[in-house]
Design a protein around this ligand. Structure first.
Ligand SMILES: Cc1cc2nc3c(=O)[nH]c(=O)nc-3n(C[C@H](O)[C@H](O)[C@H](O)COP(=O)(O)OP(=O)(O)OC[C@H]3O[C@@H](n4cnc5c(N)ncnc54)[C@H](O)[C@@H]3O)c2cc1C
Length: 276
């Protein structure tokens, strides 16, 4: 049952989409609909106008930028395409694995990278991978194009008057991984950890167990230079404040901190093996 009335628009271009979002209070972007439509049906969200961006050109697919250093993942790239794209598998494997771990085949076939990043209030998978990768979110808004580090985007949420157009991801080769413990009923992460091993040390981000997708700088500092064996990683997590982890259904902060440590250790070890 849809509880609220709303209008529907299918803009022909990005400028028109932004004008609709700016000019209509309560306007919402509609991409794959895999979060928005269930939320409207359940009454946990409302919209005055759905701005359907699915036909906008140039927002689908992954390419390498001219200098070779970044992957440009279009916001309308489906999670299924992201999970199986050879370029993403080779240069940002944590992103491909996060997309592959997402929901079920139907959700992955319809859900988009931009929607997974922008779905506010949900413990989604992709933001953790984007944060660990040091990715940047590209937006089109009333002031033109802008960019925001994925970590800041996760903290602030998607601006109401802007369209996410792409995710810009540093190309890193195989030294990255993503590990998830999924809620059996919903497939959302109880906890998931994304890691990327860089010359400056590991980058680590978690989702599900924390209030929002979060980079764990304290753990990174303790693990700089390695080793990444499970005991060392768990010790680094034990030294973190427990308030980082928010107890959910049947879980305690201690349990979630331990789970995050185990998943991070697995991811670091997987990334190390891929490098060898
Ligand atoms: C059964 C089920 C299981 C799921 N399991 C998981 C899971 O395991 N892990 C996980 O992470 N997610 C999971 N999801 C959520 C799903 O992956 C996301 O809902 C989906 O990726 C969102 O993308 P979408 O294109 O469908 O976005 P939509 O539902 O269309 O939009 C979601 C939100 O993002 C906004 N939005 C969408 N695209 C843009 C854009 N380009 N610019 C600005 N705002 C935008 C919309 O306005 C809305 O607020 C699950 C969903 C279902 C139904």
């Amino acid at each position: 049952m849809i509880l609220t009335d709303f209008d529907y628009a299918r803009p022909a271009g990005l400028d028109e989409a932004v004008a609709l979002l700016t000019g209509t209070p309560g306007a919402r972007v509609l991409a794959g609909g895999q979060s928005l439509l269930p939320d409207l049906r359940a009454g946990s969200d409302s919209a005055r106008l759905l701005v359907d961006i699915r036909r906008l050109a140039g927002l689908r697919g992954t390419t390498r930028t001219a200098d070779g250093r970044l992957l440009r993942v279009g916001a309308l790239t489906t999670l299924a395409d992201l999970a199986s794209d050879p370029l993403v598998l080779a240069e940002a494997p944590e992103l491909a694995a996060a997309a592959r771990a997402n929901g079920d085949p139907q959700v992955r076939n319809l859900g988009t990278a931009g929607g997974n990043l922008a779905a506010a209030g949900r413990p989604t998978d992709l933001p953790a991978a984007a944060i660990a990768a040091g990715a940047v979110v590209e937006l089109a808004g009333p002031g033109g194009r802008s960019t925001l580090p994925a970590e800041e985007f996760a903290a602030r949420g998607a601006p109401a008057d802007a369209v996410v157009t792409a995710l810009l991801v540093p190309a890193a080769g195989p030294a990255a991984a993503f590990e998830k413990s999924a809620d059996r009923a919903t497939r959302y992460p109880v906890c998931a950890a994304a890691v990327r091993i860089t010359p400056d040390g590991p980058r680590i981000a978690v989702t599900g167990a924390t209030p929002r997708p979060l980079r764990l700088r304290g753990v990174e500092d303790r693990l700089r230079g390695g080793p990444y064996d499970t005991e060392a990683v768990l010790a680094a997590f034990r030294a973190e404040p427990r308030e980082l982890f928010v107890p959910g259904r049947g879980t305690s902060a201690e349990y979630l901190g331990h789970l995050a440590g185990v998943l991070t250790a697995r991811a670091l070890q997987r990334a190390e093996r891929a490098l060898a």
